[in-house]
Design a binder for this molecule. Structure first.
Ligand SMILES: [Zn+2]
Length: 406
Protein backbone atom coordinates (compact mmCIF):
# COMPACT_ATOMS: atom_id res chain seq x y z
CA UNK A 1 0.00 0.00 0.00
CA UNK A 2 1.24 3.41 -0.86
CA UNK A 3 1.21 5.93 1.93
CA UNK A 4 -1.36 8.62 1.45
CA UNK A 5 0.08 11.81 0.03
CA UNK A 6 0.81 14.23 2.83
CA UNK A 7 0.35 17.89 2.16
CA UNK A 8 2.70 20.48 3.57
CA UNK A 9 0.40 21.54 6.38
CA UNK A 10 0.21 18.01 7.61
CA UNK A 11 -3.47 18.33 7.18
CA UNK A 12 -5.47 15.68 5.45
CA UNK A 13 -8.87 16.81 4.43
CA UNK A 14 -11.36 14.48 2.84
CA UNK A 15 -14.84 15.45 1.97
CA UNK A 16 -17.49 13.12 0.72
CA UNK A 17 -20.72 14.45 -0.60
CA UNK A 18 -23.36 11.89 -1.40
CA UNK A 19 -26.62 13.66 -0.65
CA UNK A 20 -27.67 17.07 0.47
CA UNK A 21 -27.11 17.28 4.22
CA UNK A 22 -30.08 16.86 6.44
CA UNK A 23 -30.73 15.70 9.96
CA UNK A 24 -29.05 12.42 10.58
CA UNK A 25 -28.67 10.46 13.81
CA UNK A 26 -25.39 9.00 14.93
CA UNK A 27 -26.56 5.71 16.36
CA UNK A 28 -23.32 4.22 17.54
CA UNK A 29 -19.56 4.60 17.34
CA UNK A 30 -17.58 1.36 17.31
CA UNK A 31 -13.83 0.72 17.35
CA UNK A 32 -11.93 -2.29 16.09
CA UNK A 33 -8.21 -2.62 16.41
CA UNK A 34 -5.93 -4.97 14.53
CA UNK A 35 -2.16 -5.13 14.93
CA UNK A 36 -1.60 -2.69 12.08
CA UNK A 37 -4.66 -0.53 12.00
CA UNK A 38 -7.65 0.75 13.87
CA UNK A 39 -11.07 1.06 12.36
CA UNK A 40 -13.70 3.44 13.67
CA UNK A 41 -17.24 2.85 12.47
CA UNK A 42 -19.91 5.50 12.92
CA UNK A 43 -23.40 4.10 12.47
CA UNK A 44 -25.74 6.61 10.85
CA UNK A 45 -29.48 6.72 10.37
CA UNK A 46 -29.04 8.00 6.83
CA UNK A 47 -26.44 8.96 4.29
CA UNK A 48 -24.42 12.04 5.25
CA UNK A 49 -21.53 14.14 4.14
CA UNK A 50 -18.50 14.43 6.36
CA UNK A 51 -15.08 15.95 6.57
CA UNK A 52 -12.02 14.43 8.13
CA UNK A 53 -8.83 16.15 9.27
CA UNK A 54 -5.66 14.75 10.79
CA UNK A 55 -4.14 17.24 13.23
CA UNK A 56 -0.83 17.19 15.08
CA UNK A 57 0.48 18.21 18.50
CA UNK A 58 -1.33 16.46 19.95
CA UNK A 59 -2.07 13.85 17.31
CA UNK A 60 -5.78 13.64 16.65
CA UNK A 61 -8.39 13.04 14.00
CA UNK A 62 -11.34 15.40 13.76
CA UNK A 63 -14.48 14.21 12.05
CA UNK A 64 -17.31 16.63 11.33
CA UNK A 65 -20.73 15.43 10.23
CA UNK A 66 -22.89 18.41 9.28
CA UNK A 67 -26.52 18.23 10.28
CA UNK A 68 -25.95 15.24 12.52
CA UNK A 69 -26.88 14.76 16.13
CA UNK A 70 -26.33 12.03 18.64
CA UNK A 71 -29.09 9.47 18.53
CA UNK A 72 -30.27 7.31 21.37
CA UNK A 73 -27.61 4.97 22.67
CA UNK A 74 -24.70 6.97 21.32
CA UNK A 75 -24.41 9.43 24.22
CA UNK A 76 -21.42 7.79 25.87
CA UNK A 77 -18.38 7.75 23.62
CA UNK A 78 -16.79 4.29 23.31
CA UNK A 79 -13.53 3.48 25.06
CA UNK A 80 -10.35 3.91 23.05
CA UNK A 81 -8.78 0.98 21.23
CA UNK A 82 -5.66 0.47 19.15
CA UNK A 83 -4.28 3.80 17.99
CA UNK A 84 -7.20 5.69 19.55
CA UNK A 85 -6.64 6.75 23.15
CA UNK A 86 -10.07 8.26 23.61
CA UNK A 87 -13.11 9.39 21.70
CA UNK A 88 -14.76 12.75 22.31
CA UNK A 89 -18.01 13.95 20.82
CA UNK A 90 -19.41 17.45 20.78
CA UNK A 91 -21.58 19.83 18.82
CA UNK A 92 -19.45 21.71 16.34
CA UNK A 93 -19.83 25.39 15.55
CA UNK A 94 -22.12 25.29 12.52
CA UNK A 95 -24.62 22.70 13.65
CA UNK A 96 -22.40 19.76 12.88
CA UNK A 97 -21.53 16.87 15.11
CA UNK A 98 -17.83 16.70 15.87
CA UNK A 99 -16.10 13.45 16.79
CA UNK A 100 -12.51 13.77 17.93
CA UNK A 101 -10.22 10.75 18.10
CA UNK A 102 -7.25 11.39 20.37
CA UNK A 103 -4.38 9.28 19.10
CA UNK A 104 -1.64 7.34 20.81
CA UNK A 105 0.66 7.69 17.80
CA UNK A 106 0.83 9.34 14.38
CA UNK A 107 -1.42 7.70 11.83
CA UNK A 108 -2.66 8.01 8.30
CA UNK A 109 -6.40 8.20 7.97
CA UNK A 110 -8.90 7.52 5.27
CA UNK A 111 -12.65 7.55 5.43
CA UNK A 112 -15.55 6.37 3.35
CA UNK A 113 -19.28 5.96 3.59
CA UNK A 114 -20.79 2.52 3.09
CA UNK A 115 -24.34 1.69 2.11
CA UNK A 116 -26.61 -0.46 4.24
CA UNK A 117 -26.18 -4.21 4.15
CA UNK A 118 -28.00 -7.09 5.79
CA UNK A 119 -26.58 -6.24 9.22
CA UNK A 120 -26.03 -2.50 9.31
CA UNK A 121 -27.36 0.74 7.96
CA UNK A 122 -25.24 3.59 6.61
CA UNK A 123 -21.78 3.55 8.15
CA UNK A 124 -19.03 6.08 8.09
CA UNK A 125 -15.77 4.15 8.25
CA UNK A 126 -12.50 5.75 9.33
CA UNK A 127 -9.42 3.61 8.92
CA UNK A 128 -6.31 4.60 10.83
CA UNK A 129 -3.05 2.99 9.79
CA UNK A 130 0.44 3.43 11.13
CA UNK A 131 2.48 6.06 9.31
CA UNK A 132 5.29 4.58 7.24
CA UNK A 133 8.15 5.61 9.49
CA UNK A 134 10.82 3.33 8.21
CA UNK A 135 12.58 5.23 5.47
CA UNK A 136 15.32 2.93 4.24
CA UNK A 137 17.92 5.71 4.27
CA UNK A 138 17.09 6.95 7.73
CA UNK A 139 16.68 4.18 10.28
CA UNK A 140 14.80 5.51 13.26
CA UNK A 141 16.54 4.71 16.50
CA UNK A 142 14.40 4.12 19.52
CA UNK A 143 16.26 3.91 22.77
CA UNK A 144 13.36 3.00 24.95
CA UNK A 145 10.73 0.94 23.25
CA UNK A 146 7.27 2.37 23.90
CA UNK A 147 5.21 -0.05 25.90
CA UNK A 148 2.60 -0.32 23.20
CA UNK A 149 4.85 -1.85 20.52
CA UNK A 150 3.36 -5.24 19.85
CA UNK A 151 4.96 -8.65 19.75
CA UNK A 152 5.08 -10.61 16.52
CA UNK A 153 2.86 -13.66 16.60
CA UNK A 154 4.29 -16.81 15.06
CA UNK A 155 1.72 -19.55 14.51
CA UNK A 156 3.40 -22.95 14.68
CA UNK A 157 1.42 -25.79 13.24
CA UNK A 158 2.39 -29.36 14.06
CA UNK A 159 0.97 -31.45 11.23
CA UNK A 160 -1.51 -34.29 11.69
CA UNK A 161 -2.34 -35.57 15.19
CA UNK A 162 -4.94 -37.76 16.88
CA UNK A 163 -6.45 -40.30 14.51
CA UNK A 164 -4.20 -39.00 11.73
CA UNK A 165 -0.65 -40.25 12.41
CA UNK A 166 0.79 -38.72 9.23
CA UNK A 167 3.65 -40.67 7.68
CA UNK A 168 4.99 -43.69 9.56
CA UNK A 169 8.63 -44.74 9.40
CA UNK A 170 9.98 -48.25 8.98
CA UNK A 171 10.68 -48.38 12.69
CA UNK A 172 7.20 -47.20 13.64
CA UNK A 173 8.01 -43.52 14.22
CA UNK A 174 4.89 -41.46 13.65
CA UNK A 175 5.10 -38.11 11.91
CA UNK A 176 2.50 -36.58 14.25
CA UNK A 177 4.75 -37.23 17.28
CA UNK A 178 8.05 -35.91 15.93
CA UNK A 179 6.52 -32.82 14.37
CA UNK A 180 4.79 -31.96 17.65
CA UNK A 181 8.13 -32.27 19.44
CA UNK A 182 9.80 -29.99 16.88
CA UNK A 183 6.90 -27.52 17.00
CA UNK A 184 7.09 -27.30 20.79
CA UNK A 185 10.83 -26.81 20.68
CA UNK A 186 10.39 -24.06 18.09
CA UNK A 187 7.77 -22.40 20.29
CA UNK A 188 10.19 -22.37 23.22
CA UNK A 189 12.85 -20.69 21.07
CA UNK A 190 10.42 -18.14 19.66
CA UNK A 191 9.09 -17.28 23.11
CA UNK A 192 12.62 -16.85 24.41
CA UNK A 193 13.17 -14.08 21.90
CA UNK A 194 12.15 -10.51 22.82
CA UNK A 195 9.36 -9.20 20.62
CA UNK A 196 8.08 -12.57 19.46
CA UNK A 197 5.37 -14.84 20.74
CA UNK A 198 4.49 -18.33 19.58
CA UNK A 199 1.11 -19.93 19.35
CA UNK A 200 0.68 -23.64 18.65
CA UNK A 201 -2.26 -24.73 16.53
CA UNK A 202 -2.15 -27.97 18.51
CA UNK A 203 -0.19 -28.75 21.63
CA UNK A 204 -1.10 -32.37 22.20
CA UNK A 205 -2.03 -35.48 20.29
CA UNK A 206 -5.34 -34.52 18.72
CA UNK A 207 -6.41 -33.77 15.21
CA UNK A 208 -7.20 -30.22 14.15
CA UNK A 209 -9.00 -29.79 10.82
CA UNK A 210 -6.87 -27.87 8.33
CA UNK A 211 -9.19 -24.90 8.13
CA UNK A 212 -9.29 -24.69 11.91
CA UNK A 213 -5.50 -24.42 11.95
CA UNK A 214 -5.73 -21.40 9.68
CA UNK A 215 -8.59 -20.01 11.74
CA UNK A 216 -6.61 -20.32 14.96
CA UNK A 217 -3.72 -18.45 13.41
CA UNK A 218 -6.02 -15.75 12.06
CA UNK A 219 -7.86 -15.40 15.36
CA UNK A 220 -4.53 -14.57 16.99
CA UNK A 221 -3.64 -12.26 14.11
CA UNK A 222 -0.52 -14.23 13.39
CA UNK A 223 2.26 -12.55 11.41
CA UNK A 224 3.57 -15.84 10.08
CA UNK A 225 2.29 -19.40 9.83
CA UNK A 226 4.78 -22.26 9.90
CA UNK A 227 3.50 -25.79 9.41
CA UNK A 228 5.85 -28.60 10.41
CA UNK A 229 5.86 -32.01 8.75
CA UNK A 230 8.10 -34.98 8.07
CA UNK A 231 7.42 -36.43 4.67
CA UNK A 232 7.48 -39.95 3.41
CA UNK A 233 8.33 -41.28 -0.03
CA UNK A 234 8.49 -44.74 -1.58
CA UNK A 235 12.21 -44.45 -2.32
CA UNK A 236 13.66 -44.90 1.15
CA UNK A 237 17.08 -43.60 0.09
CA UNK A 238 15.75 -40.06 -0.29
CA UNK A 239 16.37 -37.73 2.62
CA UNK A 240 16.63 -34.04 3.51
CA UNK A 241 14.27 -31.17 4.17
CA UNK A 242 12.23 -28.97 1.85
CA UNK A 243 10.24 -25.80 2.34
CA UNK A 244 6.95 -25.11 0.57
CA UNK A 245 4.73 -22.12 0.00
CA UNK A 246 1.34 -21.99 -1.66
CA UNK A 247 1.36 -22.12 -5.44
CA UNK A 248 -0.24 -19.29 -7.39
CA UNK A 249 -2.80 -21.76 -8.69
CA UNK A 250 -3.78 -22.79 -5.19
CA UNK A 251 -3.97 -19.16 -4.23
CA UNK A 252 -6.29 -18.35 -7.10
CA UNK A 253 -8.62 -21.24 -6.31
CA UNK A 254 -8.71 -20.21 -2.72
CA UNK A 255 -9.47 -16.61 -3.59
CA UNK A 256 -12.62 -17.71 -5.42
CA UNK A 257 -13.69 -19.75 -2.43
CA UNK A 258 -13.18 -16.89 0.00
CA UNK A 259 -15.11 -14.62 -2.27
CA UNK A 260 -18.00 -17.05 -2.26
CA UNK A 261 -18.09 -16.75 1.49
CA UNK A 262 -18.57 -13.07 1.98
CA UNK A 263 -19.07 -13.48 5.66
CA UNK A 264 -15.54 -14.85 6.07
CA UNK A 265 -14.02 -12.53 3.56
CA UNK A 266 -15.42 -9.39 5.12
CA UNK A 267 -12.62 -8.94 7.62
CA UNK A 268 -9.85 -10.29 5.46
CA UNK A 269 -8.39 -7.32 3.76
CA UNK A 270 -6.50 -5.29 6.34
CA UNK A 271 -9.11 -2.70 7.11
CA UNK A 272 -11.18 -2.96 3.95
CA UNK A 273 -14.49 -4.71 4.17
CA UNK A 274 -15.65 -6.69 1.19
CA UNK A 275 -19.28 -6.55 2.31
CA UNK A 276 -20.34 -3.73 0.17
CA UNK A 277 -17.97 -4.09 -2.75
CA UNK A 278 -18.99 -5.62 -6.01
CA UNK A 279 -17.35 -8.88 -7.07
CA UNK A 280 -14.75 -7.35 -9.33
CA UNK A 281 -13.50 -4.89 -6.75
CA UNK A 282 -13.61 -7.52 -4.00
CA UNK A 283 -11.56 -9.89 -6.09
CA UNK A 284 -9.00 -7.20 -6.84
CA UNK A 285 -8.66 -6.39 -3.14
CA UNK A 286 -8.30 -10.04 -2.24
CA UNK A 287 -5.73 -10.47 -5.00
CA UNK A 288 -3.64 -7.63 -3.65
CA UNK A 289 -3.69 -9.07 -0.16
CA UNK A 290 -2.88 -12.54 -1.43
CA UNK A 291 0.01 -11.59 -3.67
CA UNK A 292 1.51 -9.58 -0.83
CA UNK A 293 1.23 -12.64 1.40
CA UNK A 294 2.70 -14.92 -1.25
CA UNK A 295 5.65 -12.59 -1.78
CA UNK A 296 6.29 -12.43 1.95
CA UNK A 297 5.91 -16.22 2.21
CA UNK A 298 8.56 -16.68 -0.48
CA UNK A 299 11.05 -14.37 1.21
CA UNK A 300 10.46 -15.90 4.65
CA UNK A 301 10.69 -19.44 3.26
CA UNK A 302 14.02 -18.62 1.59
CA UNK A 303 15.37 -17.52 4.96
CA UNK A 304 14.27 -20.72 6.65
CA UNK A 305 15.61 -22.86 3.82
CA UNK A 306 18.97 -21.13 4.04
CA UNK A 307 19.21 -21.98 7.73
CA UNK A 308 18.12 -25.57 7.17
CA UNK A 309 20.88 -25.90 4.58
CA UNK A 310 23.37 -25.01 7.26
CA UNK A 311 21.78 -27.41 9.73
CA UNK A 312 21.99 -30.53 7.61
CA UNK A 313 20.58 -32.29 4.59
CA UNK A 314 18.37 -30.29 2.28
CA UNK A 315 16.59 -32.11 -0.52
CA UNK A 316 15.35 -29.14 -2.54
CA UNK A 317 17.49 -26.03 -2.59
CA UNK A 318 14.73 -23.80 -3.90
CA UNK A 319 11.48 -22.99 -2.17
CA UNK A 320 8.85 -25.36 -3.52
CA UNK A 321 5.28 -24.50 -4.38
CA UNK A 322 2.26 -26.69 -3.83
CA UNK A 323 -1.42 -26.42 -3.13
CA UNK A 324 -1.35 -27.22 0.56
CA UNK A 325 -4.67 -26.33 2.11
CA UNK A 326 -3.09 -25.20 5.35
CA UNK A 327 -1.07 -22.50 3.55
CA UNK A 328 -4.10 -20.84 2.05
CA UNK A 329 -4.69 -17.95 4.44
CA UNK A 330 -4.83 -15.03 2.03
CA UNK A 331 -3.55 -12.59 4.62
CA UNK A 332 -0.90 -14.48 6.59
CA UNK A 333 2.47 -15.34 5.05
CA UNK A 334 2.64 -19.11 5.34
CA UNK A 335 5.12 -21.90 4.77
CA UNK A 336 5.26 -25.63 5.24
CA UNK A 337 8.54 -27.22 6.31
CA UNK A 338 9.08 -30.86 5.48
CA UNK A 339 11.79 -31.30 8.06
CA UNK A 340 12.97 -34.69 6.84
CA UNK A 341 11.93 -37.93 5.18
CA UNK A 342 10.63 -40.20 7.87
CA UNK A 343 10.66 -42.93 5.21
CA UNK A 344 14.46 -42.85 5.21
CA UNK A 345 15.55 -45.17 8.04
CA UNK A 346 18.56 -43.05 9.05
CA UNK A 347 16.56 -39.86 9.06
CA UNK A 348 13.78 -41.58 10.94
CA UNK A 349 16.12 -42.58 13.74
CA UNK A 350 17.69 -39.13 13.85
CA UNK A 351 14.27 -37.45 13.88
CA UNK A 352 13.40 -39.31 17.07
CA UNK A 353 16.28 -37.78 19.00
CA UNK A 354 15.72 -34.58 20.99
CA UNK A 355 19.07 -33.34 19.67
CA UNK A 356 17.94 -33.49 16.04
CA UNK A 357 14.52 -32.06 16.91
CA UNK A 358 16.25 -29.14 18.62
CA UNK A 359 18.61 -28.66 15.65
CA UNK A 360 15.71 -28.44 13.21
CA UNK A 361 13.74 -26.12 15.49
CA UNK A 362 16.79 -23.89 15.88
CA UNK A 363 17.27 -23.66 12.12
CA UNK A 364 13.63 -22.72 11.52
CA UNK A 365 13.81 -20.21 14.35
CA UNK A 366 16.92 -18.56 12.91
CA UNK A 367 15.22 -18.31 9.52
CA UNK A 368 12.15 -16.68 11.06
CA UNK A 369 14.36 -14.34 13.08
CA UNK A 370 16.36 -13.32 9.99
CA UNK A 371 13.22 -12.73 7.99
CA UNK A 372 11.59 -10.46 10.54
CA UNK A 373 14.75 -8.51 11.29
CA UNK A 374 15.09 -7.85 7.57
CA UNK A 375 11.38 -7.12 7.12
CA UNK A 376 10.03 -5.89 10.44
CA UNK A 377 6.32 -5.04 10.41
CA UNK A 378 5.62 -1.51 11.60
CA UNK A 379 4.50 -1.03 15.15
CA UNK A 380 6.28 -4.12 16.41
CA UNK A 381 8.96 -4.47 19.02
CA UNK A 382 11.11 -6.20 16.41
CA UNK A 383 10.87 -3.09 14.21
CA UNK A 384 12.27 -1.04 17.07
CA UNK A 385 14.97 -3.57 17.87
CA UNK A 386 15.92 -3.82 14.20
CA UNK A 387 16.05 -0.05 13.74
CA UNK A 388 17.68 0.65 17.08
CA UNK A 389 20.53 -1.74 16.53
CA UNK A 390 23.78 -0.56 15.04
CA UNK A 391 23.44 -3.20 12.35
CA UNK A 392 21.45 -1.79 9.45
CA UNK A 393 18.65 -4.17 8.49
CA UNK A 394 19.55 -6.00 5.30
CA UNK A 395 17.03 -6.35 2.52
CA UNK A 396 15.58 -9.82 2.20
CA UNK A 397 17.02 -10.75 -1.15
CA UNK A 398 20.63 -9.89 -0.51
CA UNK A 399 22.70 -9.02 -3.54
CA UNK A 400 24.48 -12.01 -4.96
CA UNK A 401 22.06 -14.42 -3.29
CA UNK A 402 20.13 -15.47 -6.33
CA UNK A 403 20.12 -18.78 -8.08
CA UNK A 404 21.40 -21.66 -6.05
CA UNK A 405 20.91 -24.00 -8.99
CA UNK A 406 20.12 -27.65 -8.51
ZN1 LIG B 1 2.71 -34.37 7.00
Amino acid sequence: MNPLPQCCLGLLLASVLLQPAFAVDVRDVRLWSSPDSTRVVVDLSASAQHSLAVLHNPERVVLDVPGAKLGKGAHAPPAGAGAVKQVRMSRGSSGSLRIVLDLARPIQAKSFLTRPNAHYGYRLVIDLAAVALARADKPIKVKHAPADARDLIIAIDAGHGGEDPGAIGKNGTREKDVVLAIARELAVKVNAEPGMRAILTRNADYFVPLRDRMRRARAQQADLFVSIHADSIRDRSIDGSSVYILSQRGATDEASRWLAERENASDLIGGVSLDDKDDVLASVLLDVSQSASLNASQVAAERVLRQLTQAGEVRKHDVQQARFMVLKSPDIPSMLVETAYISNPQEELRLRTPAQQARLAAAIHRGVHDYFYANPPMGTRIAQLANGSTVRPVLATAAGGGGTGE
